[in-house]
Ligand binder design. Structure first.
Ligand code: ADP
Ligand code: MG
Length: 256
């Protein structure tokens, strides 16, 4: 039986940094409309997978397909135009720029994720267009940050910087959103609210999400399906209930 074609499909992907095998033969698919969790202990290769999927690192073997098209030969700055938007585990924001300007960078498709170029090229002429600004403001409103639009991004508390990164990713109107530990630094109370935000984004924007997250409560409540990496390999895959009771997963988190 032919399944629905995944938006993102990686097969047999291996990534090596010098002598370190960060990923060995991993496979992962994200299907239309779903929130797919990617979990695993520190060093499991989760961020490296996002970097491979956005062409920031090269993979030695395997293939990654977007909507059935191979990504080989596609450059990182082209990924946003292909509908792939992401956030970074370690913030990828412009601290001295305002929140609005950061989000406008995402709204401006043609920049293709090349932020440096955006800054050094005739910035105002290219970026400060009304439609870009309007789209950025709409997204800031959606994530509850419209009142912070004029603030310097670097002056925000860390969780709000992470949220701004999501707004910037959304402003590009992607078909898939890759989130690397977006709830970092949130209190337990804030995590619940954040989960509702991500779920709302998925529904309103008709996109799919690959969510790397350490807050297990959040992952279990939000994800339709969860993929587990351990030591750079696929360890398990299943529904939240299946993953919660998977002995290999439990052992990996306990360090055995
Ligand atoms: P995770 O996000 O699951 O915590 P990472 O993908 O960051 O794991 O890292 C996987 C492995 O690859 C780790 O051993 C890490 O030290 C290594 N690694 C990641 N990025 C690099 C890099 N740029 N150069 C060398 N080693 C790296
Ligand atoms: Mg990581």
């Amino acid at each position: 039986i032919e399944e629905v074609r995944p938006v993102l499909r990686a097969r047999g992907v291996s990534v090596q940094f010098g002598g370190v095998k960060a990923l060995t033969d991993v496979s992962l698919s994200v299907r239309p409309g779903e929130i797919c969790g990617l979990i695993g202990p520190n060093g499991a290769g989760k961020s490296t997978f996002l970097n491979a999927a956005t062409r920031l690192v090269n993979y030695a073997t395997g293939s990654i397909m977007l909507d059935g098209q191979p990504l080989e030969g596609v450059e990182t700055r082209e990924m946003i135009g292909k509908g792939v938007a992401r956030t970074f585990q370690n913030l990828g924001i412009y601290a001295s720029m305002t929140v609005l300007e950061n989000v406008m960078l995402g709204a401006h498709h043609r920049l293709g994720g090349n932020f440096a170029k955006a800054i050094f090229a005739p910035f105002r002429a290219r970026v400060l267009e009304r439609s870009t600004r309007e789209r950025a403001m709409a997204v800031l409103e959606e994530v509850g940050m419209a009142n912070l639009a004029a603030r310097a991004a670097g002056s925000l508390p860390y969780p709000l910087q992470k949220r701004m990164e999501i707004a910037r990713a959304l402003a590009a109107e992607p078909k898939i959103l890759l989130l690397d530990e977006p709830a970092g630094g949130l209190t337990h109370g804030e995590v619940h609210e954040f989960g509702a935000l991500v779920d709302g984004i998925r529904r309103r924007h008709n996109l799919c999400i690959l969510l790397i997250e350490h807050h297990m409560g959040l992952v279990m409540s939000l994800c339709d399906r969860i993929v587990v990496f351990h030591l750079g390999r696929n360890l398990a895959e299943g529904t939240p209930a299946e993953i919660k009771s998977n002995d290999a997963v439990i052992a990996a988190y306990l360090g055995r």
